[in-house]
Design a protein around this ligand. Structure first.
Ligand SMILES: NC(=O)c1ccc[n+]([C@@H]2O[C@H](COP(=O)([O-])OP(=O)(O)OC[C@H]3O[C@@H](n4cnc5c(N)ncnc54)[C@H](OP(=O)(O)O)[C@@H]3O)[C@@H](O)[C@H]2O)c1
Length: 384
């Protein structure tokens, strides 16, 4: 059988590199058609040498220039988002791993969906900003969208063979991040380094900060709403510090199904790449006797106000979700750049939400105009 030809968007990031790891463990099953990065030319050079793709794309033109004449023989080079969009929907792509960070990932991922590709979806911002449009395009084109977020991959696995109408609750677990037990009075002084040092997961900088504010869980609840077509009242999150149980579904008879694994993204990535038969991943075996205890606690919405904000956003129209996401991207980046404090991230998002109308979103143009508007408001709020 021919190997699945992969296009990896965000290849140079944390998910992209874990995807490369799984591909290299199964060279008979997966080959690289295209690898897409943004600025990290050195990492791309490393990946191109090991995976030997047909195409390398750097969406940043200067980064592409750094690769001129340095790629292995036969690997072709392009730059810009248009090239990423073209290769994601090319005939030679069988599957796209969507792992760019932020709403920048939407155009190329949507192009893959519209071309009917199988899409491993790590980029949660696609569904947060354009959930209805994205899933409706996937249905129209017959594209299979498989979640890569560990929580959603867990829910996907707990759904297999079950009746959707029997779901009474979808529960996403959250580690609570590095500040779960920290005195809230000291949170204003935390540094980007402290916020990025996640206790259980090794992830990119933006999502690590989102985990510390729990904005990541807020985005994931919105993602789950569209991915699984679940009404907001049936979606919840629970703190689980060990990150061993990734998600649970409670069915109408009171039975709860959970999926467990060691916290290593290669597991959900491999599941998205090939669900059956299961791939080996090299992740450590789960030894529950050694783990000893699995703990759970309710989410404290005072400590984590992002989880309060998302309740209104889930009940509202898509303009609110786009605003939550865009304002968060701006404030998260400003915090990492030391322009604002940690507590200012969610405050900025809350103030941006107060300034927008709760309007439905029908087209991609609407998505981008709400996105730009929210970014401008977030900047204004931070400068006030
Ligand atoms: N890491 C995890 O464990 C995890 C788990 C669940 C979901 N996710 C989701 O997966 C996505 C990627 O996360 P990550 O942790 O892998 O992030 P990351 O390590 O920061 O990597 C981000 C990737 O996106 C590229 N990129 C950044 N800005 C871009 C832009 N403006 N245009 C095009 N490409 C751009 C980066 O390229 P360069 O590095 O070359 O600049 C890199 O390849 C996020 O949406 C995140 O929420 C991640």
């Amino acid at each position: 059988m021919q190997a699945t030809r992969m296009t990896v968007l965000g290849a140079t990031g944390s998910i992209g590199c874990s995807t490369a790891d799984v591909m290299l463990q199964h060279p008979d099953k997966f080959s690289a058609f295209a690898l897409v990065g943004h600025r990290n030319a050195d990492k791309m050079l490393e990946l191109a040498s090991s995976l030997r793709p047909q195409w390398v794309v750097m969406t940043d033109a200067d980064a592409a220039k750094q690769l001129l004449g340095r790629l292995p023989t036969g690997v072709r080079l392009e730059s810009g988002m248009d090239a990423a969009i073209e290769l994601s929907s090319a005939t030679e792509t069988d599957m796209v791993m969507a792992a760019m960070v932020g709403s920048a990932g939407l155009p190329a991922t949507l192009a893959a969906v519209q071309a009917g590709k199988r899409v491993g979806l790590a980029n949660k911002e696609c569904l947060v900003t354009a959930g209805q449009i994205f899933m409706s395009e996937a249905r129209k084109a017959g594209a299979e969208v498989v979640p890569v977020d560990s929580e959603h991959a867990a829910i996907h696995q707990c759904l297999v063979g079950h009746d959707h109408a029997s779901i009474s609750q979808v529960i996403l677990t959250a580690s609570g991040g590095p500040f779960r037990d920290r005195d809230p009075a000291t949170l204003h002084a935390v540094t980007p380094e402290e916020a990025i040092a996640h206790p259980n997961w090794d992830m990119g900088a933006k999502i690590s900060v989102d985990s510390a504010t729990m904005m990541n869980k807020a985005l994931e609840l919105i993602e789950a709403r569209w991915l699984f077509n679940i009404e907001p009242s049936k979606l919840s999150a629970i703190i689980h510090p060990e990150s061993i149980v990734h998600g649970m579904i409670e069915y109408s008879d009171g039975s709860v199904l959970a999926q467990l694994a060691m916290p290593d993204m290669r597991m959900p990535i491999a599941y998205a790449m090939q669900a059956q038969p299961r791939l080996t991943t090299g992740i450590p075996w789960l030894d529950l006797a050694k783990t000893g205890q699995l703990n759970f606690q309710a989410v404290d919405k005072v400590r984590f106000p992002a989880m309060r904000l998302v309740q209104d956003v889930l009940q509202g129209e898509d303009a609110l979700a786009i605003t939550l996401n865009a304002a968060n991207e701006v404030a998260n980046a400003a915090f990492r750049n030391r322009d604002i404090g940690f507590m200012d991230i969610v405050t900025t998002v809350e103030k941006a939400l107060q300034q927008v109308d709760n309007t439905p979103v029908e087209t991609l143009d609407d998505v981008w105009s709400h996105d730009a508007h929210a970014r401008a408001i977030a900047v204004e709020v931070m400068n006030a």
